[in-house]
Structure formats: C-alpha cells, structure tokens
Ligand binder design. Structure first.
Ligand SMILES: [Zn+2]
Length: 321
C-alpha cells in the first residue's frame, strides 16, 4: 500500500518536479485551529439571514458526502491519514502508477457506485429549486448533487463521468470505459475483497501489489495510448479554464458565500472566500472541523452538514420560504 513515506519519483523535467512538490505540500497541509466557532444559535440565524436574502453561492466539500459513505480526506477518518492520492505528475509519467490507479479505481467504483445522495444533497437541490441559491460549486467528484436533482453544478475538481486521453484528448464516457475494463478483467472484482473504509474520496481503494499486477489496463480507442485519466482534477493539476470562468460568473452574480463541509485546505476552494471578501460579500462556513479560512469568516458554524442543513431548512419552511 502506498504511503506518505513512499520514495518520491524523480522527474527529469524541472517544471514537473516543482509542480509535483507543490502538490505534495498541498496534500500535507495541516489545517490548524485558528478561531473560536460562532455560538450555534447565532450561526444559524446568520446563515438563515443569508438564505432569506437569496443569491447565496454554495460551495460544498467532502463533508457533505460523508453521510453517503464517501470518506473525506482530512476528517478524523480521512483517507489522507492512511495513504495519499497520487499527483498528476506521477500519474502522467509512470505507467505503473496508472495501472495501480485503474486497478484500484476499478474495484472502488463499484463501491462508489453504491453511494446515494443524502439528506444534505436533497436539501441543497431543493433550495436551488426554491430560488435561494445563485449557484452550486462543489469540490467533490462524486456527482451526488446532480443525483439529488441539482442542476448546473460546477464541479471544481471534475467528476468521474468520463475518461480523458492525455495524448489525443479523446473523452470516453466512464460507462463505456468500465465495460472495456470488465471485458479485459473477467472475475477480477469478485476476486478482491475490500472494506468500505478502504475507499478514498475519489473511489480509490487500497490493493496489494500482486492484485494490482494481475490487472489489465485498456488503451485509448482513438490513438491507442495507455495514458488515460479520469476527468477529475488531480493534486498538482489546474482547474480547467471553462470551469474557472463559470465559477467567476457565479461569484459575480452572488450576494454571499456559504461553505458546507470543507476545510478549504486546497487553494481552489480557499480562493472563493478570498474573492467573496474582496467583493464585500458575507461568508459563512458550516464544517465539522477546523478550516483554513476560519479566522477570516463572519460566521463559523462547527457542526456536521446534515443536522445544520436540516435545521436551516426547517426554519425556512416555518417562515414560508
Ligand atoms: Zn488517445
């Protein structure tokens, strides 16, 4: 099982190794306790006021999906405590890393496939239908907001829906790709037993080296390359420009920012807080643990996503919203 103490790959290209090292620093970031949470009833009123005013930009992270059985990276059971995800630089440079990724993903997808939206995803989709939100941006790649009926969700770090060829750019739907993997690996999944807790937030599971070695990868249907990557943004990789542009439009169209279930440890999420504050927009955070923006935000509600959203939703409904 790879761990944080694996030998680091050496990249010949200086730019690659710099990007890889930066990704490792991001993964290693420990979010410290920097601020006292807001008193819960005060926090609830503040967020309610935001929602009543409308045009709330909602940014969600792993904490909203843990109730669906998808572990987060940095929480108490966070997968970063057991193993770290490979960086984009490792993935694109190393065929063995790709084989390991796809073998583990092949098994993990089945477990991810069982994940269903939870009450928080349903409340969010409902708030969107009721016109309380200017937009939904998520750091999750699990597709559960859309599965709950939310529309136009901006998936900041991509999603698992397709597989991209790093050489020719061809995009293949995940389902077709999975079918090809099935065909190349009859009986493979059934031969592997993993516990749910071994699944990481991106569907990755831990497998031993022998199990990885007997997995057969498949190649790009267009150019035959074996450099195929899920359409998720890896550590060490940038958020694609169209996604960034869409996020910028939403920021400009919003009155305030509400963060749910994220420690904002990664810059692409933390930047939402910085940008909202530059625009003079109010920011609230609902999260179960400490976060990177805690000392900056107006409201810090230290609680799990589901009970907070249920309380908020009940109060909104009592008020006829
Ligand atoms: Zn290709």
């Amino acid at each position: 099982m790879p761990s944080r103490h694996d030998p680091q790959p050496q990249f010949e290209d200086a730019r690659l190794s710099a990007a890889h090292r930066a990704a490792l620093r991001s993964l290693d970031r420990v979010v410290e306790h920097t601020a006292e949470p807001t008193e819960p009833s005060v926090a609830r009123e503040a967020v309610l006021e935001q929602l009543r005013a409308g045009d709330v930009l909602l940014l969600t992270g792993a904490g909203i999906s843990t109730d669906s059985g998808i572990p987060d990276y940095r929480g108490p059971q966070g997968s970063l405590r057991r193993s770290r995800p490979m960086t984009y630089q490792e993935f694109q440079a190393d065929p063995e890393a790709r084989q390991r990724y796809w073998a583990r993903g092949f098994v993990g997808t089945r477990l991810m496939g069982r994940a269903r939206p939870n009450i928080s995803h349903h409340i969010v989709a409902d708030w969107q239908r009721r016109g309380l939100l200017s937009g939904i941006v998520t750091q999750n790649v699990d597709g559960l907001h859309a599965a709950a009926g939310a529309t136009d969700v901006v998936a900041l770090h991509g999603d698992m829906r397709s597989v991209i060829c790093l050489d020719c750019g061809n995009a293949e739907p995940r389902a077709s790709f999975e079918a090809r993997l099935e065909e190349a690996n009859p009986g493979y999944r059934e031969s592997v037993s993993v516990g749910t807790l071994d699944v990481n937030a991106d569907g990755d599971v831990s497998l031993d080296a022998d199990t990885v070695a007997r997995f057969h990868t498949v190649r790009c249907l267009v150019c035959g390359s074996d450099r195929l990557k899920p359409s998720v943004v890896y550590f060490g990789e940038n958020v694609p420009a169209p996604t960034r542009e869409r996020a910028e439009e939403l920021k400009a169209a919003s009155r305030s920012l509400l963060v749910v279930g994220s420690s904002l440890a990664v810059m692409s999420g933390y930047r939402f807080v910085l940008d909202a504050q530059k625009r003079g927009q109010r920011v609230s955070v609902i999260n179960g643990g400490p976060g990177r923006a805690d000392a900056r935000v107006e409201t810090l509600w230290r609680t799990q996503a589901a009970p907070a959203l249920e309380e908020l939703d009940a109060a909104l409904r009592r008020a006829g919203r």
